[in-house]
Structure formats: C-alpha cells, structure tokens
Design a protein around this ligand. Sequence first.
Ligand code: CTP
Length: 319
Amino acid sequence: GAEVVINGSSSPAVVDRSNESIKHNIQPASAKWRHNQTLSLRIRKQILKFLDAEKDISVLKGTLKPGDIIHYIFDRDSTMNVSQNLYDLLPRTSPLKNKHFRTCAIVGNSGVLLNSGCGQEIDTHSFVIRCNLAPVQEYARDVGLKTDLVTMNPSVIQRAFEDLVNATWREKLLQRLHSLNGSILWIPAFMARGGKERVEWVNELILKHRVNVRTAYPSLRLLHAVRGYWLTNKVHIKRPTTGLLMYTLATRFCNQIFLYGFWPFPLDQNQNPVKYHYYDSLKYGYTSQASPHTMPLEFKALKSLHEQGALKLTVGQCD
Ligand code: CTP
C-alpha cells in the first residue's frame, strides 16, 4: 500500500526553540476537518508491525515473579527487583483486551486548554486518556472530568506531590487516586532508575488503602517500539513524550482520535502567551536541554496527520 507521509523532510530534525506557533496555523475547531478512515486503518496496521497496544500497554502477572531483576530501559546498568507489591498490582489480563471505541480523546497538558471550553466535548468521547495525573476538578469547564486512563510518570510524585514528605501530601495523592474510580492508572515503572522509590510509594498506597484503580505498567519494549515506528516514518524523535505514546497506543483500539492540549509553544495562534501546563507554573525552558523530548517535532507530525484526517487536533476553543 501507499506510504503514509508523516514528515516530508528526510533530514535529521533540528529542534527550533523559537516560537513556531505562526507556522502551525490550524483551522478553528470543526472547520473543514474530515476523518479519513482508510488512512487511520493503514496507520493502525503499520503500528501493529512495531507494537501491539493490547500487549504492550502492560506487563502481565504471568510473565514476572517477585524478585525478578529488571534493567531500566534508559539506565541499562541499573536494575530493580520486582517487589511483592508491584507483582500484586500487575494485571492478569490486558486492560485493553478486545477493547474498541468509536472515539477517543487524548488530553495533553498544554496551557492552550485554558479558556478553551472543551470540557464538555472531551467528556463526550467513548474513551478519555489523560497524562500525568493532571488535575481536572478545578478545570472541568476546559478539560472535562471523564478519565478512562491516566498516566503517571514517577516524576509527578516529586513535582506535584512534594515527594509525599508529610501526611498532607500523602492524603492529597490518595484523594487523587481515589477519584480515579476504577480507571486505568498507567505507570512507566521500568523506564528510569530515578523513579524507583516513587513507584514503590504509590504501589504501597494503592494496596494499603484499597484504591479502586486498574494499574498497568508498560512493557519493556514499548518505548523502543514506538520510537522505531516514528523513526521509520522519518520523525526523528529522541524519546517519545507521554502524549505521543498515548496516540500511538490509541490507534489500536480507537476508531477516531481527538487530541486536546497539544501545543508545545509559548504563544498561541494569535500571539497570546500560553502556559506550558494548564495547571502549574512549569516553564517552557524545562523541556529544552535537560529533557530529551522533541515536542515541536512531534507536534509537526501530529499536525500533518490532522491535515490528512487521521486524527483531529483541537488547539483553540471548542464550539
Ligand atoms: N504537551 C504539549 N504541549 C505542552 C505540554 C504538553 O503538546 N505545552 C503534550 C505532550 O505530548 C506531553 C503531554 O501533553 O507528553 C502531557 O504533558 P506532560 O505531563 O508535560 O508530559 P510528559 O511528556 O510526560 O512530560 P515529562 O517528560 O516532562 O514528564
């Protein structure tokens, strides 16, 4: 079949840290966009050659046992032991087994969501994915409330919950986890050694307080597989962001995919300032050198897929 053109250029990407928003003019919400079913199916098939979301979304109980040694994906020399708690929280079957949804929303964390009024629209989707335990209650009008899957990089525990230094922060995290109410909590536990204790704290909290969440811990091969898929399509990402990981996984079980809160630029299309996250005071520089993400590059690829009808990006207000 014909190739999907995601990135026209074949040269290695150079990260342009200037504001690129002008170049990324996206039509207001519903104007002109049409879903391209044929293309979506072709992308699903291509991605399936690299990974299978149903399997790679989580390591299963049958494949590990307590005491097993795992090498961190980004710190190959560092290892962790599979703890009893982690083992207890591994799912027996994939939380996505045989799942199919008509429409899915993937909600990124860009400040572009503020004053978007997209909450209601987001909540109408059959499956809603959110990133890094981003708060919803206080922002419901713009981001909605429905959450079927939420990711949690271990660094969130440090950044948003003060490393659980005291009872107040532990309680805060516990409340957030309780509010998930049976949804999937997706924890990349095997990526980097820095998250070791934080993952253990969260696991312990969930078990101790019988929190009603379905935990999932992405497979060891997921990251490389996702990167492989995008590299094959000439998108030269270093390490896929959570948002891109979620899109790549979602192609497997979602017919139509809608992205909100993806806007890695400090100015919007009208040159107004945009916060890096809709809910905290992290700044843009944060992603530049220290973090290996190449968000603007990913954005370019997603925008191209938007233009071809494979997904729909909303970067302005919802109707
Ligand atoms: N995102 C975006 N524009 C922003 C902020 C976030 O497009 N200004 C998207 C990215 O795809 C990102 C996702 O929203 O992955 C979730 O945001 P965040 O929690 O910041 O994601 P991480 O990639 O996990 O960031 P980090 O590695 O710093 O934890």
